[in-house]
Every structure is written in structure tokens, then in C-alpha cells.
Write a protein that binds this ligand. Structure first.
Ligand code: F6R
Length: 606
């Protein structure tokens, strides 16, 4: 998704902005651009834009392209094709205003028609350009007032940064539904849509709220609402280090992040386990024992991988706390006029904390008076702030577009929540203890799985010729199969489909033949024999089988053996070898693993 970077200070701005854009590359984009103040009022604004990667923009920067104040952008096309002209920044007809924008302006065509009728010439097909013209045509005296006037005309979402040739001492930014974070430096200020672009310069950040604006000057910033009243947003310290964004000797972020899982899980558990009462402390939950006991149902909302983590979470909550629980894609939930029940605990799950569909579902729930918790990775993100409390999953920054370590930490966090809810109800001390022991074993067991990478790599080469693959699992194994199938298709582009193993006979068995391999999740639990029967059915039809199991499966052509944990927690581990399987399949096929085609890290638009 689109990314914004801005800087005002004393340093040469173009290299700083390029470096910031590179830090945002992981989000996915199709073009990039920069605008800067060329020096004083007389200097005016200069821009450079290019379709493609940031390095193409760098190659195209004019020789004399210097200044100490500028804004930059990576674009993910929504209105208009990815090309040089549609890349941001966009300018008004007098070339006095430059705007970069994340989000979507819903009434752009209406505004475009009105501005065209007033004599404005549009150069691009973007919705953003209307903003540049609105700011440029404003008669207001200050840049703040001009921007305020412009955004009053806008319906939709935006995170924007604006330069004006007549106001070279400032950058004005505004947020409504799309993140804007200020980075506070020493006699210099930064702005970005993502802390990833800030942490190599400063760890002091101010996250704007929706409806908030800010003026950045080299030695000062102030925040206020779009109505003009002052706000008092205070800087907070970002915990994530700049090094967390480096590849650390791995060939891709995906590989690095798969390998970070043992540490990440350890972090998610740290300081939360209460051995005395065989339960956990979840400080941010804002749910006392009485509230927890009053919950009659749990509904988990998320998208993609986070939705799959929610499915496993729902399973754990039902098993450990015996509260009816289910997960639903937030993108569907928000459009079906959901019945909101006061006794239901809603949980929004999101890595980025910015996914628009999840945020919109949370807002709809809040509007209807529901209690909503967040299970989020990015501290201070929109969903974390909109919810009534929650659990940070503490996976650390996840740069690869496809989620791996965050998925695992989300599932572990759901395990903690399930244990907590269970222990306020009927889960015995002995069972609480058993689950805690299981949780503590996870980091070592993850390392054990990863030590098997060589074998998984060979298996990936064996199956990489498949045009399509079926993933099956039953009950606890089914969401694992769904997530593994998503991982494979995202990074390798091999078509993959997941089914409950119990549904095979009801249709998908028709697909089975030697060219259609099946990946089967076969835990040693009460359904083992049922799962084995499914393997028989596939084998009888000459299907190839790769099993992920706690013991070698006779009917399978290959088995990846994973360590056994408590049966309620097995799902946490069983997907991990399949992350490596997806990675090695994609690698064997020469795919762009960290940036799969058509995908973005954080989907902040509908
Ligand atoms: C898949 C993946 C996506 C995200 C989804 C939700 O590997 O990463 O399916 O899980 O877009 O994103 P978050 O968790 O940021 O809300």
C-alpha cells in the first residue's frame, strides 16, 4: 500500500527521503516520487516521479535536486494506472502546491468535474490531484487554513503531507483513516505513514488521530483538529529498533521472520504467566473476572492470515473456556448489518492494526455499543486505539508482505486469552498448569521444526511441479490447512485450496489424481483415525500425499514430523514447516518472495 515520508531540517533531503521510501518498499507499491523546496520563496518546488522501484526514481532525479524540506511517496494504484504521471506528489496548476496522499477520496469525480468547470486542468487520473488543486485555489492566508479548507471538501480516507512554495518553513499533514506518524528529531522533524521509515532517525513519535492535523517546522511541531482547535498529542517511544528492519544475513525477510518465531513467542509469553494460579496476566485486557464470566459468546474478526489465526483462536477459546466462539472475515461482517449482542465479546485481530476492513468493523461495533478487544501487533495503531483494550502480540516488526511470525504470535496470544478465560470459569488448576507447560515448550519446539529445513527444502522441490494443491485438516487442523494453503498461493502463485478433511467425500475427492497432491494435517489427537481414513481415500485414488503429523503416516508419500504439544496447542506448531515449504517452493520457482505480485503489506483501503 501507499507510503508517505517527509522531512524538514538542515540535511540534504533527497537522500533521506529515498532511504525512507526504501524502508517502505516492503508494503508493496508500483511507482514513487519526491517533491522538495528548492530553497526560499524564490526557489519554488521541484518534483521527480517514476513508475517502478525507488531505485528507478533515484536514477531519474535531476542533477540539481537539492533542498532541506521535502515529501515523498510510494504509490499503490487505485485511481488510474501505475505510471509516471499518476505517481505522487501531485501539484496544482501553478506548481505551488505538492501533495502526497494515502487513502481514497470517494467524491473525487464530483470534485474533479467541479474544478474542471472552474478552469482547472487535470494532468493525472488520480483522486489525489483534486487535493492539490483545492489547496492551490484556497484564498486562505495560512497553509494550515488552506489544507483545512481543502479537506473539508473531501469524503473518504486520507493521510496527506503538503508543501507550498510560499511557506517553505513548514510541512502540513492531516489524517483521516490512513496513518500519519510524526518523528521528532533534534532541530529536524520527520513524517511517515509507517514508523519503519522513522526508526533509523528517531524513536520519538507522535501518532495522529483521525481528524487531526499537524504543522512540522524544523525545530517545532504542533497538532490541531481539522476544525482548528489545538490538541496535545505527546511523543511516545517506539520500542522497535532500526536493526529489526534489516535482513540480518537471511536472503529474504520471509526467511528471517520464520526464523524469528522462537524468540517472538518467547516475547509474547514473557511476564504474562502466573504459575501461582495457573493462569496468565494480560494487562491491557481491561476485563475483570466478573466481566470475563459474563461473556456468553466470542466473535473474532480479522482478514486473511489474521482471520485464520482467529479461527484457531476461536477453537482454543471453545476448548479451554467452553465459551461458544467463532471467527469471521471482518470484510464480510461489516457489510451484513450484523446483529450485535451485548453479551458477546468481539475481538479484532490484525498485524498492522490499520487494515481498513477490520477498522471499519470495529467502528461499526463500537457504534452499536459492543465491547471490542484488539489482538494487534503494531503498538498505537488505529485498531489498538479504537478498541476497549486488548493484547499486543509482540512479534516485532514484520516486513515481508506475507505474514508468518505474526500469525504464530497471534495464535499464541489467543492461547493466552483462552487460558485466561478458561481459568475464570471451569478450567481446572491441573489443566491450566498443563497448558502453561505446553506454552513454555513452544520456543524450543519451533527451533526443532526449523532445524528440519533441509528436508523441507527437498520436499518443496519435489512438489514444486504441481499446478494445484489441496490442503486438508480436521477441526484443529483445518485452519492450519487454510493458512498453509494461503501461504503457498501468495508466495509461489501455485493454486491451492483448503478443505476440511471431513468434506472430501462431498466434492473435492473428484479432484484427486496423481497431478493433484494433497497436504494433510494429521495431529495425534482424538481424530487421528478419521484423518488416516481420509489419507486412505486419497491414496486409493492415486493421489500424492504430504502429511504434517506427529508420527510418520504410512499412507502418505512423505511425512514432516513435528513435535507434539498439548492437543489444544498443536495447531500453533503444525503450520510452521509449511511456511518453510511455501518459502522454498517460491524460491525454487524464482518468485519475488517478500513482495508477491498484486499484494500489499497493509491494506488501508477498501
Ligand atoms: C497474508 C497476509 C494477509 C494479512 C491481511 C490482514 O500472508 O499477510 O492476509 O493477514 O491482509 O492484515 P492485518 O493482519 O495487518 O490486518
Amino acid at each position: 500500500m501507499c507510503g508517505i515520508v517527509g522531512y524538514i531540517g538542515k540535511r540534504d533531503v533527497a537522500p533521506l527521503l529515498l532511504e525512507g521510501l526504501q524502508r517502505l518498499e516492503y508494503r508493496g507499491y508500483d511507482s514513487a516520487g519526491i517533491a522538495l523546496h528548492a530553497g526560499g520563496k524564490a526557489g519554488g518546488l521541484k518534483t521527480a516521479k517514476a513508475k517502478g522501484r525507488v531505485r528507478e526514481l533515484e536514477a531519474r532525479l535531476p542533477k540539481r535536486f537539492a533542498g532541506t524540506t521535502g515529501i515523498a511517496h510510494t504509490r499503490w494504484a487505485t485511481h488510474g494506472a501505475p505510471n509516471d504521471v499518476n505517481a505522487h506528489p501531485h501539484m496544482d496548476n501553478d506548481e505551488k502546491v505538492a501533495v502526497v496522499h494515502n487513502g481514497i477520496i470517494d467524491n473525487a469525480s464530483e470534485l474533479r468535474a467541479r474544478l474542471t468547470a472552474e478552469g482547472v486542468t487535470f494532468l493525472s487520473d488520480t483522486d489525489t490531484e483534486v487535493l492539490a488543486h483545492l489547496v492551490g485555489r484556497s484564498q486562505a492566508e495560512t497553509l494550515e487554513e488552506k489544507v483545512r479548507e481543502a479537506v473539508r471538501h473531501i469524503e473518504g480516507t486520507y493521510g496527506i503531507a503538503v508543501l507550498h512554495a510560499d511557506f517553505p518553513d513548514r510541512i502540513v499533514v492531516a489524517r483521516n483513516g490512513s496513518p500519519v506518524v510524526l518523528g521528532i528529531g533534534e532541530k529536524e522533524m520527520f513524517v511517515s505513514s509507517d514508523v519503519a521509515a522513522l526508526v533509523s532517525h528517531t524513536r520519538q513519535v507522535v501518532t495522529l488521530d483521525d481528524g487531526e492535523m499537524a504543522t512540522l517546522k524544523a525545530d517545532d511541531y504542533r497538532t490541531y483538529t481539522t476544525e482548528g482547535s489545538r490538541t496535545s498529542a505527546q511523543p511516545t517511544t517506539v520500542e522497535w529498533e532500526a536493526e529489526s528492519y534489516d535482513m540480518g544475513g537471511h536472503d529474504t525477510y520471509m526467511h528471517k521472520e520464520i526464523y524469528e518465531q522462537a524468540d517472538a513467542v518467547d516475547r509474547a509469553l514473557r511476564g504474562r504467566i502466573d504459575d501461582r494460579f495457573s493462569t496468565v496476566h494480560l494487562g491491557g485486557l481491561n476485563l475483570d473476572a466478573r466481566d470475563a464470566r459474563a461473556v456468553r459468546r466470542v466473535k473474532i474478526l480479522g482478514c486473511g492470515t489474521s482471520y485464520h489465526a482467529g479461527q484457531i483462536g476461536a477453537q482454543m477459546i471453545e476448548e479451554l473456556a467452553r465459551i461458544p466462539a467463532d471467527a469471521e472475515p471482518a470484510s464480510e461482517f461489516r457489510y451484513r448489518n450484523p446483529v450485535v449482542d451485548p453479551d458477546t465479546l468481539y475481538i479484532a485481530v490484525s498485524q498492522s492494526g490499520e487494515t481498513y476492513d477490520v477498522l471499519a468493523a470495529v467502528q461499526e461495533l463500537k457504534r452499536k455499543g459492543a465491547r471490542v478487544l484488539g489482538l494487534v501487533n503494531v503498538v498505537g495503531s488505529a485498531i489498538a486505539r479504537e478498541t476497549d483494550g486488548g493484547i499486543y502480540v509482540h512479534a516485532g516488526p514484520e516486513v515481508c508482505v506475507v505474514s508468518t511470525k505474526c500469525f504464530t504470535n497471534m495464535v499464541v496470544s489467543f492461547g493466552l486469552l483462552a487460558l485466561h478465560l478458561g481459568r475464570t470459569r471451569d478450567l481446572s488448576v491441573a489443566d491450566g498448569k498443563r497448558i502453561i507447560e505446553g506454552l513454555r515448550k513452544l520456543p524450543a519446539q519451533i527451533s526443532e521444526i526449523l532445524a528440519n529445513e533441509g528436508e523441507i527444502e527437498k520436499l518443496a522441490a519435489e512438489y514444486a511441479d504441481a499446478k494445484s494443491m489441496l490442503f486438508i485438516g480436521r477441526v484443529r487442523g483445518y485452519p492450519v490447512a487454510r493458512e498453509a494453503s494461503l501461504k503457498l498461493k501468495e508466495v509461489s502463485y501455485i493454486h491451492a485450496e483448503a478443505y476440511p478433511a471431513s468434506e472430501l467425500k462431498h466434492g473435492p475427492l473428484a479432484l484427486i489424481e496423481p497431478a493433484m497432491p494433497t497436504v494433510a494435517i494429521v495431529p495425534d489427537d482424538e481424530l487421528l483415525e478419521k484423518n488416516r481414513a481420509a489419507l486412505e481415500e486419497i491414496k486409493a485414488r492415486s493421489g500424492r500425499i504430504l502429511a504434517v503429523a506427529h508420527q510418520v503416516q504410512e499412507k502418505a508419500d512423505h511425512t514432516i514430523v513435528v513435535p507434539k504439544n498439548e492437543h489444544e496447542l498443536d495447531a500453533i506448531l503444525m503450520g510452521i514447516p509449511l511456511q518453510l515449504f511455501a518459502y522454498h517452493t517460491a524460491k525454487a520457482m524464482g518468485r519475488d518472495i517478500d513482495k508477491p505480485r498484486n499484494l500489499a503489506k497493509s491494506v488501508t483501503v477498501e
